[in-house]
Ligand binder design. Structure first.
Ligand SMILES: [Zn+2]
Length: 700
């Protein structure tokens, strides 16, 4: 009997149907010589401090640096039961086929289960390593099972990542929380904190930015149709300087024009890796990174229409050329930007043999996310699935189309040291852009002969303002996580930095959600804004290297080295353990600095609208229906109340604060009397501290 272990029940069902295991049992499927069972995600994980005997959080035990990390089966009853099923199937088998997700985390899930289930040593263990869940791929994978030992180093990297996160997370979170005197944990994490730092640093930079004006002289030159505006390539700090520059050239009324024409080629975009897909979906559709991950996972797992999504490659292997051709054949027709994909082929727009999409050196565990060719009726997909699927299909087509060719023309006038210019671009061959709506309108410039002179008909000065870097959107943050915060436009340098990014493509969405759940960051429309405690936490830790994207990126790089057998697991762990122990005291003293900063929870609890004007000792709090005194249930009781809805109008927090602090509000419009008559008035408090309207002006 062979036992196949999948990561999730749905994947197990898919594999079972391919190998012919159709009989349903409690916790597994069986038939044709196979048992197919499943883990439920992280069924086995690292033990917590209480399992090492440290029941309560206490600075005495910290830092906890286990010599050997213990494992533990998740305590939930359903999971315990499933583990027993797996264990008994393992011991009754002569072969285990590991079919957890083909990646670092999937490997860890199996290895931890293996350690706890401890199957007899004679059992052969093989790995199913596949990039999509279509029937043909599963069949191919089953015919080409790999010895599990080929993935040992992937496991070491996974284990090192897991244990490093434990050491940093447990010790720093407990230590920092205890030293800060807060009641609720202030979570610190290896990747989480460095990511928070990106958000906080950007926020501070944005808020402290002072916008400056700059001035650009412009010349307007004569043309048969519309006059052409040439802008000076130098900027001036003051308007006077800019005007001065124009004054100097007043004498020259028809300077010669230089013309430069060049052709620009825009190569097609590559198929998506997960981070690029998440960024694009965030920009175009406002989906969160988590939304996109969940959606593409379902397209992979449930509908089987796209390949394995948790990939960081944007390329395909050269051995996939035939596969790509058959995917093009298998895919039904789609329409993008009014173009039928079937007609693309007829027009010979494909460029498959020469495509840069195929690059073996850039495909590691997985290739880019591409359609599998399996048909799916678009109306059975939900809206998000449909949108993400179409994005992936469109990008797949585009990546094999010809480059977009553009003609760029630049006209310039040189006067003294100053160059005035204008440029315009027109598309000559759309290529891959055929499938996309044009974003920028095409512009054109007149046909001038080189050296032709034109009359300057006017000049003016344009005033611009310098702008701060925008607050992070999820798309921009994912981009920064990919390069550990380094801003690099150059695509090839970005590629190199990817190995030192924060987290992995598979974990980035979770990290952003974690920061939001911990109330370190809030979403304000599409922007990510740090909270006061988020800013405080980073402020206190700013001198500690683990809070920097650079060190976290460096650790990520070392994990890659462990995976590639360039660095030993032991060596890596030694470094992490030494770092955590040595920096621990500094984490404790950093925590002192957030003692007085309110956490989200404290803020809600302590939100006060000021001293009570009636008893002069209570604080005013906001309830569901009224603002009331905190002494409402104390002796002596205080019954001070301002109803949220006063004279048929809902009062704002600001208005109530104003009333309490100044004794009166500004004139408020929109009140209605009992008889339904609208009126406007200031509010004050009478001698009994009850709300009273004061009329003025025409109401006097
Ligand atoms: Zn009171």
């Amino acid at each position: 009997m062979k036992t196949i272990l999948a990561e999730k029940p749905s994947v197990a069902r898919t594999i079972a149907s391919v190998v012919g295991a159709r009989h349903r049992n409690d916790g597994y499927l069986s038939g044709s010589g196979f048992n197919v069972t499943w883990a439920i995600g992280h069924l086995v994980g690292l033990s917590m401090p209480q399992d090492y005997g440290f029941e309560k959080w206490s600075l005495e035990h910290l830092p906890i640096i286990p010599e050997d990390f213990k494992l533990k089966i998740n305590e939930e009853a359903g999971i315990q039961k499933q583990f027993k099923v797996i264990k008994s199937l393992f011991s009754a088998s002569n072969m285990i086929i590991v079919a957890t997700d083909a990646g670092r985390e999937g490997e860890l899930i199996y290895r931890y289960i293996h350690q706890m289930a401890n199957p007899p040593g004679h059992i052969q263990i093989q790995r199913l390593w596949i990039s999509d869940l279509t029937e043909s791929t599963i069949r191919k994978g089953m015919a080409d099972l790999r010895p599990i030992s080929e993935y040992d180093h992937l496991y070491y990297a996974a284990k090192a990542r897991n244990q490093a996160d434990w050491l940093v997370g447990i010790n720093f979170t407990q230590g920092y929380t205890l030293a800060s005197g807060k009641r609720k944990p202030l979570s610190i994490g290896r990747v989480q904190t460095a990511t928070l730092r990106l958000v906080v640093d950007r926020f501070k930079e944005n808020k402290s930015f002072t916008s400056q004006s700059f001035f650009v002289p412009q010349l307007i030159i004569e043309d048969t149709e519309t006059p052409v505006v040439l802008a000076c390539e130098s900027k001036f700090k003051t308007e006077n300087e800019a005007i001065g520059a124009i004054e100097e050239i007043k004498g020259i009324d028809s300077p010669p024009i230089y013309r430069e024409d060049k052709e620009i080629q825009e190569v097609p975009p590559l198929p998506y890796d997960l981070t690029t897909l998440q960024r694009t979906a965030n920009k175009a559709l406002k989906y969160t990174a988590q939304d996109t991950l969940t959606t593409v996972q379902s397209l992979y797992e449930k509908h089987k229409v796209v390949s394995y999504p948790r990939t960081e490659s944007e390329h395909l292997a050269t051995s996939q050329k035939d596969e790509v051709l058959s995917i093009f054949n298998d895919l039904p027709g789609f329409e993008f930007n009014g173009i039928q994909t079937d007609s693309i082929e007829e027009n010979c727009l494909y460029n498959i043999p020469e495509s840069k999409v195929f690059n073996d050196s850039k495909v590691t565990d997985h290739h880019a996310i591409i359609p599998t060719g399996k048909h799916v009726a678009l109306d059975i997909l939900n809206e998000k699935e449909r949108n993400i699927y179409l994005m992936i299909v469109k990008r797949f087509f585009q990546s094999f189309l010809f480059p977009c060719k553009k003609a760029n023309r630049k006209l310039s006038v040189r006067i003294g040291d100053l160059v005035f210019s204008a440029s315009a671009t027109q598309i000559i061959q759309k290529g891959w852009r055929e499938l996309t709506e044009a974003k920028e309108p095409e512009t054109s410039l007149p046909e001038t002969k080189e050296g032709e002179t034109r009359i300057i008909i006017d000049s003016k000065v344009y005033e611009g303002k310098t702008k701060p870097k925008a607050l992070y959107t999820e798309s921009a943050l994912l981009g920064s996580m990919e390069t550990a915060g380094q801003l690099v436009a150059d695509k090839s340098i970005r590629e190199g930095l990817k190995e030192r990014g924060l987290g992995t493509p598979a974990t980035r969405a979770t990290i952003i959600e974690t920061l939001i759940k911990r109330e370190y960051v809030v979403r304000e429309k599409s922007k990510l804004v740090p909270t006061e405690i988020g800013i405080g936490l980073i402020g206190s830790l700013k001198d500690l290297a683990f809070s920097t994207p650079e060190l976290t990126g460096e650790w990520e790089f070392k994990l890659k080295q462990v995976e590639r057998k360039e660095l030993g697991y032991d060596k890596f762990m030694e470094q992490i353990k030494a770092y955590v122990s040595s920096v621990f005291p500094e984490v404790l003293s950093a925590a002192e600095k957030v003692k007085d900063i309110q956490t989200g929870e404290e803020r809600k609890r302590n939100l006060t609208f000021g001293k009570c004007p009636k008893c002069n000792s209570g604080e005013i709090r906001k309830g569901k229906k009224s603002f009331f005194c905190s002494n409402w249930n104390q002796e002596p009781k205080c019954d001070f109340t301002i109803w949220n809805i006063t004279f048929n109008k809902k009062l704002s927090d600001t208005q109530v604060k104003e009333l309490l602090s100044k004794g009166t509000t500004r004139t408020i419009k929109g009140f209605k009397s009992k008889a339904g008559k609208p009126f406007e008035a200031k509010l004050t408090l009478d001698d009994d501290k009850r709300v009273k309207p004061v009329f003025e002006g025409k109401f006097k």
